[in-house]
Design a protein around this ligand. Sequence first.
Ligand code: FAD
Ligand code: SIN
Length: 519
Amino acid sequence: MDVRTDYVIIGGGIAGLRAATDLVTRGQVLLLTKAGSTESNTGYAQGGIAAAMGHDDSPALHLSDTLEAGAGLCDPDAVDVLVSEGPRYVTELLYWGVAFDRASDGQPALGREGAHSVRRVLHARDATGREIARTLWARVARSRSLQVFDHALATRLVLDGGRCTGVEVLRHDGGVVRVEARSVLLATGGAGQVFRETTNPAIATGDGLAMAWRAGARVSDLEFVQFHPTVLHVPGAPRFLVSEAVRGEGGRLINADGEQFMSRYDARGDLAPRDVVATAMVREAERTGQPVFLSLAHLDAQWAGERFPAIAEACRKAGLDFARDPLPVSPAAHYMCGGVDTDLSGRTSIPGLFAAGEVACTRVHGANRLASNSLLEGLVFGARAAAAMRLPERDAHLPPFVEAPTEAPTVPGGAVISAPVPDRMWRGAGLVRDATMLAPLAHDLDAEAAALERSLDERGGDAARWQAANVARVGALIAKAALRREESRGGHRRADFPERDDVHWKIHVGEFCRSTTRV
Ligand code: FAD
Ligand code: SIN
């Protein structure tokens, strides 16, 4: 079956939905989601959305906090767009009916998170993403120009003469649909499922990144995976994020002896940037041989339960009293700072293909994202991509990068190991990495991904096989990128290169797939 439309949006999280609100006023829009329409990383976002809206705040201050967290690799022009346009788009959300929590003066209540110098995070208790997505869905669903295919897995981009002209979709009934469009927006979110320990839901298999890479799009900064420090870690219970906003409201990290330890590792204590907190927690756990905990025992229990009801409920299900018990926490893969390279209007290196949200690399996050800047990025750059998709086509102005070889490293005796990819990625390319683990991992995953891709090319495949290929491909790309960068910076920590090296590595490294005949 073939479908023709003006615009295809792959993804119904904040980036895809914000783009849809504009594009439905300009033409026919087909929006694809791979699972139920409300299942996205956006729907799980807890802490909130950052915007310089407080009396003591300014875009300049938000910019400097973002650059500081990004460890020297943010693009200041991109960050300037994010922080100066952010308040306008967040005000628009308020106008559209997002029920952010309010302070006693009726203004949106502002929360604090790590590495923010002031309170600037708007939130709807601890389910901010769900509230934003609800509002955006309600807004676009009214439009007759919108068609939604849910449980529809985009599998490959269709190219014609080097231009993206559509996408192939595997529907839940096994049928393949070829969609043709004037332009395509990738808003497919993140890739947390590439790692065994992750905050991300099952949909986050890096499909958009793998698809874009196979089509020959430029991708970069993939070594910068953000590991969130505080994920509830109870054996047998599902992992659940305990928002950084909990520390912003006074929650403390303690060791098994009840001692606060963060200030021994960093003067900013519990609210240091995520990479710093996550690494300190691992060191403290190694030093003591015990887990580390988050404690709210000194805070008002009723207030804590009302401010963070979803987290309190997840703790209850795991047998813990959120406000009273020490909560065992450890880091888990949370966010991809790198992705498909775009310019400031979401254009990628392939004409007709745009990207926004977590799948994109706008360079606003550099080597480590500032908390609550991701929802903001999806909102601002989703809107900017939609504006550009309506205009006559022009080439992307992509920022400079250093092109790395596409081939995986040669590793003597590198053999395919049978453990699942997420296990191997967690062990070999997790919070602290080194060449002896990364080199065989990159080599083996590249071979595995290529074999899966060849089998899909020859015989087609089901949704599970496509996603397995995507996880292996994204794992290989991350491992190769992590192996290349011989320094430690932001979310990328190398035991064998522990220092930051601005002389050689203040650069963005990425690659193109040169053999785009594959899937
Ligand atoms: P997503 O919201 O992930 O949406 C992706 C969409 O793409 C989905 O609809 C999915 O079905 C679709 N899709 C993917 N692949 C395919 C395919 N092959 N075919 C068809 N459809 C596909 N950030 C903040 O700023 N503040 C927070 O408080 C915050 N808290 C978080 C808490 C958790 C637990 C998690 C996991 C993340 C959190 N983040 C937070 C990060 C943030 O939620 C995400 O980065 C952001 O929501 C990504 O939005 P997106 O629109 O790019 O993608
Ligand atoms: C959190 O609530 O801690 C997540 C916020 C984010 O990822 O920005």
